[in-house]
Design a protein around this ligand. Structure first.
Ligand SMILES: C[S@@+](CC[C@H](N)C(=O)[O-])C[C@H]1O[C@@H](n2cnc3c(N)ncnc32)[C@H](O)[C@@H]1O
Length: 402
């Protein structure tokens, strides 16, 4: 790797100082130790082919590798999300940390946090990625970080138990090795996908299982290998409209649902406040009795067929021939927003009523940041689970709301 010239080093240092200030201003970083790590590691040395502006943009990822369809399978994660997850991890000097999903930069940040007495192992399933991470780590002066080529689903036994395991790809489930690979007081930070929406959850060990202590909205490239989410089904209804679900109770009947969208819409307002969108989304996704996710393109939204709430995907309640999903409107009297439901199909009225009831329950009882308590219980799921629980391959995610 060629050494960067003086002006690049100067502008990178300046951009890095600005990045650290902005991470602190936006509360992505709240501790001195994490701020110091971001200030110490030259982020651009881990993406030498990218522009400095992109590398030091807080909210943008830096592409590393795409699949045959051009979809990202490896990126350098956005700095703000790395900051949030490192704060969730609460890493202390001297700790032994495993990172699953590599790139080099985050491992270097972790090395700064654990210091000379600690140890960092980073594992990636992709040879190109791990070789590149190795080169960047050596080039930036972090040769003590251990790099491993393997499927992180099995953990990295050589080095276990770990005080912290940080997963940096979206996981559909929690691999048993991630729990058994932790020390008794260990913490797992993992972007876990629940009914199509992902939260970075910090879990502490709780007997055989895990108890969540914080969660934050997160977006990540998907986990590959043994842990890949084969349970996710996706159906294209028409160009620009798709539904997806991993809920075993849901049958995605593409033709009938597409037909439903052409029938007149039923619009029902809840009278309840719409805010804290990520909190509400998690509540809806886990409490709808037959949950799917509706996605629509800008063209479809612009021509009025589907509401803008579906641009990034919105929790939907579906039957074989009907669908209901959330929308919102300005509330003139409060200055905020009111939630509502759009429904189509022969069962539109019934679905809209069920959905509106959930919007009201959330707004009246749980409209708080951090109101969800998330547990992971390893082992087979009971045949019927309470609302808020999701059966996974190796256990059950059980969420209750305060
Ligand atoms: C968002 S990138 C990691 C970013 C990185 N931590 C950084 O420093 O910015 C996600 C990585 O996870 C890797 N990955 C996906 N599935 C994996 C698995 N089963 N085991 C290990 N790595 C995996 C991908 O190859 C990809 O490089």
């Amino acid at each position: 790797m060629t050494a960067p010239d003086d002006s690049t080093v100067r502008s990178a240092s300046c951009l890095r100082a600005n990045m650290v200030r902005a991470l602190l201003d936006q509360d992505s970083v709240t501790s001195e130790s994490v701020a110091a790590a971001f200030a110490a590691v030259p982020r651009h040395r881990f993406a030498p082919e990218a522009s400095l502006d992109l590398v030091y943009d807080l909210h943008r990822t830096v592409p590393v590798k795409q699949d045959a369809h051009g979809l990202d399978i490896s990126v350098m994660s956005a700095a703000h999300l790395q900051g949030v997850m490192l704060e969730q991890a609460a890493i202390q000097p001297g700790m032994n940390v495993l990172e699953i999903g590599s790139g080099g930069y985050n491992a270097a940040l972790i090395q700064e946090l654990v210091g000379g007495a600690g140890a960092v192992t980073t594992v990636d399933i992709d040879r190109d990625v791990i070789d590149r991470a190795r080169r960047c780590l050596d080039d930036a002066g972090y040769s003590q970080v251990k790099t491993v080529l393997a499927d992180g689903e099995s953990g990295v036994a050589d080095g276990a138990p770990y005080d912290r395991i940080i997963v940096t790809a979206a996981a559909w489930d929690i691999a048993p090795s991630w729990i058994s690979g932790l020390t008794d007081n260990g913490r797992l930070v993992v972007p876990l996908t629940l009914r199509g929406t992902t939260r970075s959850i910090a879990f502490d060990r709780d007997g055989e299982g895990l108890l969540g202590c914080s969660y934050r909205l997160a977006r990540f490239v998907p986990m590959q290998g043994q842990g890949a989410a084969t349970e996710e089904r996706k159906e294209l209804l028409r160009d620009g409209v798709a539904v997806q679900s991993d809920d075993a109770r849901v049958r995605l009947a593409a033709q009938a649902l597409n037909h439903a969208l052409d029938t007149p819409r039923l619009l029902q307002w809840s009278g309840a406040a719409y805010d804290l969108p990520d909190e509400l989304e998690l509540y809806l996704a886990l409490n709808l009795p037959r949950a799917a996710r509706l996605h629509a393109s800008h063209d479809i939204v612009d021509n009025g067929l589907v509401e803008a709430s579906a641009l990034l995907g919105v929790p939907a309640l579906v039957t074989e021939d009907s669908i209901a999903y959330r929308t919102r409107r300005e509330n003139q009297s409060t200055g905020g927003f009111e939630s509502g439901v759009v429904a189509h199909g022969p069962h539109a009225k019934n679905l809209a009523e069920q959905y509106v009831e959930l919007l009201r329950t959330w707004a009246h009882h749980h409209r708080l940041r951090g109101a969800a308590e998330i547990r992971y219980l390893p082992g087979p799921a009971a045949s019927s689970l309470p609302p808020g629980s999701v059966a996974k391959r190796h256990g059950v995610v059980a969420v209750t709301w305060h």
